[in-house]
Design a protein around this ligand. Structure first.
Ligand code: NAP
Length: 254
C-alpha cells in the first residue's frame, strides 16, 4: 500500500549491515518504516541490505560511522533529521563482544573499546533522539529499542565479563530513560537475545559458539536474526503503545 511519506515512521538502526541489525532493518522496512541505517566497514553487505529494504518500499539512507568515534556517532541523528525531517524511532543494535576468554586475559583497551561501542555511543544517540522526540521540546514522541543480551544478567564468566557489564549498563539506560521520558512521549525498551546465529561469534574467536551452546539452550538451538527482529517489530507496533521499560528476552527458554 502506498503511504504518504510524511506519515511513515522513520527509524535509525545501528549496525544494520548484517546479523541482527540487518534482520531488524528488513523487518521494519516490510512494516512500512523509512530507515537510516549505519555500518562500520562492510560496504557490499550494507548495499545488499539497502536494496532489500528498498524492495519493500522503504526510503533508505546508509551511513558509514565507526561508533567508537563518539563525535562521529553524534552526527547520526542530525543527519537523519536533515534527510527525513523527523525521526520516530531508534534501535541501538551495533555491538561487539571482545575476544572470548578469561577475565584476567582481557586487555583494558579492549574493554574501553566495547564500552565506547556498546554503551557510550548508545548514550550519544539516545540523548540526541530524545531531544528531538520529547513532546516538551516540540517533538512528536517516539520509541527506542536497545539490543542488549542475556549475558547482561549472567556475568558471562570465562567468556566475556566486560561485554556482560556493558549490556547491564545498556539495560540501565532503558530503565532510566523509560522513566525519565515516559511523561514526554518517549517509550524505551530492551530486547535481550540469547545466542543467535551471526558472525559476532567468529569475531569473538569462536565461530561455532551457537552450535556448541545449543545443548544448554532449552529449545536446543540458537536463535535466528529474524526471530530477534520480530520482538523489535512488536515494540514499534501499535500493540506496544503501553509498553515501556520492558526487557523482552528472546533466548529459547534461557
Ligand atoms: P554482528 O553480526 O557482528 O554485526 C555487527 C554489526 O555492528 C555490523 O553491522 C557491524 O558493521 C556493526 N558494527 C560493529 N562494530 C561497529 C563499530 N565500531 N561502529 C559501527 N558499527 C559497528 O553482530 P550481531 O550478532 O548481529 O549483534 C547485534 C547486537 O545483538 C549486538 O549488540 C550484540 O551484542 C547483540 N547480541 C547478539 C547475540 C548473538 O548471539 N549474535 C546475542 C545477544 C546479543 P560492519 O558490518 O560494517 O562491520
Amino acid at each position: 500500500m502506498e503511504t504518504d511519506a510524511s506519515s511513515r515512521p522513520v527509524t535509525i538502526v545501528t549496525g544494520a549491515s548484517r546479523g541482527i541489525g540487518a534482520a531488524i532493518a528488513e523487518r521494519l522496512a516490510a512494516d512500512g518504516h523509512d530507515l537510516v541505517l549505519t555500518f562500520r566497514d562492510r560496504v557490499a553487505d550494507a548495499d545488499a541490505v539497502a536494496r532489500r529494504c528498498e524492495a519493500s518500499g522503504a526510503r533508505v539512507r546508509f551511513l558509514q560511522v565507526d561508533l567508537a568515534d563518539l563525535d562521529a556517532a553524534a552526527t547520526i541523528v542530525p543527519t537523519a533529521i536533515a534527510e527525513f525531517a523527523t525521526i520516530t524511532g531508534l534501535v541501538n543494535n551495533a555491538g561487539i563482544t571482545g575476544r572470548i576468554g578469561g577475565f584476567l586475559d582481557a586487555s583494558i583497551e579492549e574493554s574501553e573499546l566495547l564500552f565506547r561501542v556498546n554503551v557510550l555511543a548508545p548514550i550519544v544517540l539516545t540523548r540526541a533522539a530524545i531531544a528531538h522526540m520529547a513532546t516538551d521540546r516540540g517533538g512528536a514522541g517516539g520509541s527506542i529499542v536497545n539490543i542488549s543480551s542475556g549475558a547482561a544478567t549472567t556475568g558471562s564468566p570465562n567468556t566475556y565479563i566486560p561485554y556482560s557489564m556493558s549490556k547491564a549498563a545498556l539495560n540501565a539506560l532503558t530503565t532510566g530513560t523509560a522513566k525519565e521520558f515516559g511523561p514526554v512521549g518517549v517509550r524505551v525498551n530492551t530486547v535481550s537475545p540469547g545466542t543467535t546465529r551471526t558472525e559476532i561469534h567468529a569475531a569473538a574467536g569462536r565461530p561455532n559458539a551457537p552450535e556448541e551452546r545449543a545443548p544448554r539452550i532449552p529449545m536446543r538451538r540458537p536463535g535466528e536474526p529474524h526471530e530477534i527482529a520480530g520482538a523489535v517489530a512488536y515494540l514499534f507496533s501499535p500493540d506496544a503503545s503501553y509498553t515501556s521499560g520492558a526487557d523482552i528476552r528472546v533466548a529459547g527458554g534461557n
